[in-house]
Design a protein around this ligand. Structure first.
Ligand SMILES: CC(C)=CCC/C(C)=C(\C)COP(=O)(O)OP(=O)(O)O
Length: 359
């Protein structure tokens, strides 16, 4: 942990890409990017392949160990069907995407938070069958923010708030997931994760307005909204799960941010591609890039899928090129983080294309 005087040094010294090694006066290794990308078929094999980083780890035993702990946790949060979470296989998601640790407690940071985000997404935002009501979404999300990011104590009003926060499994799950993260990371990372989640909630509210009015946006507007609702949020956990921290001046450098958002968007476009049938089937159809392109460009589903794959592949190639460009930066943490982002994309593709939810 840095002291106040360390922080002053940090702030008065040079900042931004390439300066941390100079500031700390230590030699740092420059990692080499492996050429680990491949064109992978998916679905029934009729759509064009997706260009993705190769899968770096598959470990069913480790995934089962994390999923077992996750189900017990979900039961403790009050979810009625904790096995649903094993069905959700978020332990497997953590194992496939966070390949630089095999410590179950560390992997549970990602498993718990992804499970809680997905629960909020299904139960509050997306699934009419599971109780999502567009008009009720914004106030529910406001409480989700209070669950994740404790507000200042406010006498009798806090008691009333606490009652509600303890009564809803989604809110208990979000709060507990953040507590697990906080016990193993820093306040900076916790706030990074919270604020990325809150930006995502604004996008969910936009989708709710579109679904409520049955007036869907053009593809460009959906994409602009989706780009703040992506697996970027899951990727905010990469260093915390790996047991290190990418310092904020590097994490928020615009070049790094652009790479992370390209990776997050590419990974969520995979989700749109595999969930198009499920999203279209809801009585209030869920916004989805394929569906928005199909409506906006007045084309067939098949052509909309092709255009969406093209977009995905371009985003991955942009990430690949940008990653290479940043290899010159002398920061071990940055290289480890970007390698982690690449591995997340590969694991995310594997998870989505093998998960029964999307078959
Ligand atoms: C894990 C995480 C950051 C979840 C936030 C919401 C999100 C980006 C998804 C759950 C993926 O998108 P979508 O809501 O379309 O997912 P499903 O198709 O319902 O699985």
């Amino acid at each position: 942990m840095e002291s106040v005087s360390d922080m002053k040094d940090l702030l008065s010294g040079p900042s931004g890409l390439g300066t941390s090694a100079a500031r700390l006066g230590r030699p740092e290794a420059v990692a080499v990017v492996d050429p680990g990308y491949a064109e992978r078929p998916w679905g029934d094999g009729t759509a064009p392949p997706m260009y993705v980083p190769v899968l770096e780890r598959e470990d069913e035993l480790l995934a089962a160990a994390v999923d077992e702990r996750l189900v017990a946790w979900a039961e403790g949060c009050g979810f009625e069907e904790p096995e649903r979470f094993l069905g959700g296989r978020f332990g497997r998601l953590a194992v496939l995407t966070h390949v630089d640790t095999d410590d179950v407690e560390q992997l549970l940071i990602a498993a718990k938070l992804n499970a809680a985000w997905w629960a909020a997404d299904d139960l509050y935002a997306d699934s009419t069958e599971m109780g999502a009501v567009p008009e009720e979404l914004p106030p529910r999300l406001a409480l989700a923010m209070a669950a994740m990011d404790p507000v200042a104590p406010a006498a009798e009003f806090t008691a009333e708030l606490e009652e509600v926060l303890n009564d809803d499994p989604v809110l208990v799950g979000l709060r507990s997931g953040i507590a697990h993260l906080a016990s193993r990371s820093t306040a900076t990372v916790v706030q990074r994760v919270c604020y990325s989640t809150f930006a995502m909630f604004v996008s969910w509210s936009a989708y709710a307005a579109w679904r409520h009015t049955a007036s869907y946006p053009p593809a460009w507007q959906y994409l602009a909204t989706r780009q703040h609702d992506t697996f970027y949020t899951s990727m905010t956990l990469i260093d915390a799960v790996g047991g290190y921290e990418l310092p904020a001046p590097l994490y928020y450098d615009p070049r790094v941010r652009q790479l992370l958002t390209a990776a997050g968007t590419a990974s969520v476009v995979v989700n749109d591609l595999v969930s198009v049938e499920k999203d279209a089937a809801d009585e209030k159809p869920v916004c989805n890039m394929v569906l928005q392109i199909e409506a906006d460009r007045r084309c067939s589903r098949e052509e909309a899928v092709e255009r969406t794959v093209e977009l995905h592949n371009q985003l991955v190639r942009d990430f690949e090129a940008g990653h290479k460009a940043l290899l010159a930066v002398p920061s071990v943490e940055l290289h480890r983080f970007l390698k982690g982002v690449k591995a997340w994309m590969g694991g995310g593709f594997e998870w989505h294309t093998t998960h029964p939810r999307y078959q």
